[in-house]
Write a protein that binds this ligand. Sequence first.
Ligand code: ADP
Ligand code: MG
Length: 256
Amino acid sequence: MPLLEVKHMTHYFGGLRAVHDFNLSIEKGEIRGLIGPNGAGKSTVFNLITGIYRPTEGDVLFKGQSIVGKHPYQIAAMGLGRTFQNLRLWRHMTVLEHVKMARYSKLTYGLFGAFFDTRKRRREEAEAEAVARELLDLLGVHNVAHELVTNLPYGMQRRVEMARALAVEPEILFLDEPTAGMNPEELVEMMEVIRQVHAEFGMAIFLIEHRMKFVMELCERIQTLVFGEVIAEGAPEEIQNNPKVIEAYLGEEVET
Ligand SMILES: Nc1ncnc2c1ncn2[C@@H]1O[C@H](COP(=O)(O)OP(=O)(O)O)[C@@H](O)[C@H]1O
Ligand SMILES: [Mg+2]
């Protein structure tokens, strides 16, 4: 059984068909890529799978069980961690608080009743703190644990967001353009961070990327989305040389 399976997923925003008959099957530990021009529907695919939107048609199965209709926090607690294309971080929270809170919600949502048992709750809080600190250490942002996230440079904020996604112990990690807005130096660092996270935890990764080179180096298999439809799917070399893909990227500012 695949870890994640998407079957005939279609989504309309009013009259706009943003995603049409999208199919996907991801195995444990696999690194998958989704590319395509701006407005192709890539973020919408993520938002449909992670419960931000409910698909108009089709099904999403995680370990064989349908997750359509579940809330984003329930889906996260099941083991689907994610980051957003535009960072969603809280102005008044420190780096450590961001990651701790994600961890703590996983524990609370996972165990109903834990809320009323103070001893258990204190133990969980301590555990959340320990896990959060370990993750910050792994991502190289431990030294800014008590800073407000908004005071950090952009590349570091992305790392904090990644630490937060990891706090739910995801079996699959969704990364929506993790290098958006980064300079070349930060980009190379981010690629290393993703490699390191994958080596450490071995979870599956589903990566949306606009920069071809980045996705080509990281992913074993790539899908290309254009106007909500998958026009090509295969190994990086096949995708790179596919005339339909090349055409779709023509006229786009291709960053490498
Ligand atoms: N919440 C929304 N309401 C209406 N239209 C949307 C919404 N989100 C995205 N869209 C539209 O759906 C299409 C796909 O958007 P998106 O998934 O963000 O593309 P990508 O991530 O590939 O750049 C675009 O035409 C976009 O304007
Ligand atoms: Mg997007």
